[in-house]
Design a protein around this ligand. Sequence first.
Ligand code: DGL
Length: 287
Amino acid sequence: MSLLTSASAPVGVFDSGIGGLSVLQALRHELPHEDFIYLADSGNAPYGDEKGEAFVQERTLAIARWLLQRHDIKALVVACNTATAAAIHEVRSSQPDLPLVGLEPALKPAAALSKTGRIGVIGTRGTLTSEKFSRLLASLAGQAEFIVQPCDGLARAIEDSTARPLPNDPFATETRALCARYISAMGIFGTETGHIDTLVLGCTHYPFAGDVLQQIVGDAVQLLEPGEPVARQTRRLLLQHGLLSSPTPDARTGELTLLATSSPRRLQRAASQWLGISAAVTPINII
Ligand code: DGL
């Protein structure tokens, strides 16, 4: 962050692909006067199935550096559980002055909400096998029972489904099949004793399959996604650093810049399909 960074600089938001748009939506709602730069590393998505921790760490550090150098961002939201698990500490130590928000599966709120004490957690293999996640799980030992299910292929299917026309979209069919398979592997969902009554969406791609997941687990089960708490945390952090964009009533609405390391049309389509945003996507290259 340069010495000139001010409240008028943009907030960077990054994910492996389209998933972070679910967080961006909440951020734009909570902070309508902020400018946002959303970067999808789609040339390397998905991060969470097979890429491995070292690779995700390297990409996350390179992207944080690039956003600072090219766009002088005033804060960074790592809108990706997998990248947060692999690299948030490294980003923090390499950019100590940069206000930083990471994501982790909402286990604590789930433990507070669950009545049956049985909570399902879905996420990428990278997130759910990380040390960071093991520590989080251990910190809640005895408070609830967590049924943890890595969902290989699900983020990819969601990512690909936006690249295809609906409704006869084979990737949407794949998304539904994967959701059904992983949910049934976890046990019985419902509100009776012994049932799983809360499902934590531990990957930012999964809210885009929220309707499908809700249909499978039933309406009585609560789905927890991170967008709103992350947006509130970002507001607190900006305020704390004196970097909140002027909240005067007549202030202009913030601008949005969309960037992608490949498949710009996919991000454009996803932004329009999911968020109702029609903005051009600029292709970029980060080495
Ligand atoms: N959306 C990301 C997450 O929250 C990553 C999905 C992926 O690239 O595998 O983990």
